[in-house]
Design a binder for this molecule. Sequence first.
Ligand code: NAP
Ligand code: ZN
Length: 348
Amino acid sequence: MSTAHAYGAPSPTESLVPLEIERREVGPGDVLIDIKFCGVCHSDIHHCRGEWGEVPYPAVPGHEIAGVVSAVGEAVTKHAVGDRVGVGCMVNSCRECENCQKGDEQYCLPGNTQTYGSIDRDGTVTNGGYSTHVVVDEDFVVRIPDMIELDAAAPLLCAGITTYSPLRHWGAGPGKAVAIVGLGGLGHMAVKLAKAMGAEVTVLSQSLRKQDDGLRLGADHYFATSDPQTFDELAGRFDLIINTVSAQLDIGAFLQLLRTDGALVNVGAPSEALPVAVFSLLLQRRTFAGSAIGSIHETQEMLDFCAEHGIAAEIEVISAAGINEAWERVLASDVRYRFVIDSSTLGD
Ligand code: NAP
Ligand code: ZN
């Protein structure tokens, strides 16, 4: 066992505080990662505040981990000391169910082992990347291409893959009109990725406050959803809408923006239900779907795609002591566009 410096929530209502946590011994198939940067995902907030259900406390979040391998177990073949690597939202899965066998371990039927808040194989609760180091099974560690800086790569491990996967699954590409709802961490990656795939990209944000950024990130069009005119003007326009909003939304209004056979895919994960009027679906054979992260194989594919297209996250690097303030800014939709913790400040 080894001790890591970390930041975590003591309860659903308290701010994050410095903590010391134990990491398991490096087993035969494990990789020890010296964490350099960890992105701040809105899921970290939902989880630590208990919005998704019961949580074991203290809770150390963080599932956008970028670092360097500092030790490997004797059976490890995929990674070596000194490699630049990443870990996303899961650190293991059953490996036996139909979905794991297909390589869709994010949809592991008994449930995958999440990077934080899950029961690990040794019976302890997993702790995330707001920490100095982590021990992870080599199969759940991906390679970060040399041309992507580690700080800007970190958010790709969740925000990147969570938007890449549905864009690919629903065929974003040339000739397809894609709308991204919410220009936050996930949203800004969705814009960059959809553009690189060749789609015509529209941002649907609450206001025009971030319009210049949205267009600079690659969007072809930008509309404010606070303006009712937007919904008249864009009716029936899109093949695919990716909703990244972390709060409840009038899904029916957005479904009207889909063409016949279009799909609205929810990746945002508010705790509240999103009611849907059946007629907004059946009259134009529209689909309302959901999508969770992506597989390990697809995560590697996404990182390689980003390297090839010169894509990474737009980040604001913060010290560990700035985490609570950063969370408040995420909650106020004032993130541009991902906070990333510099892990070297965790032991200060
Ligand atoms: P984020 O950075 O806070 O971005 C969310 C954006 O949604 C905001 O920037 C804002 O964009 C918009 N928004 C926020 N509150 C809103 C409201 N009340 N009404 C309308 N729009 C609102 O969050 P994130 O890290 O991208 O995560 C987004 C959601 O995805 C979270 O719920 C997170 O838990 C979930 N998530 C899901 C997966 C998955 O596997 N499916 C993975 C990661 C995260 P504008 O200011 O542009 O309107
Ligand atoms: Zn996340």
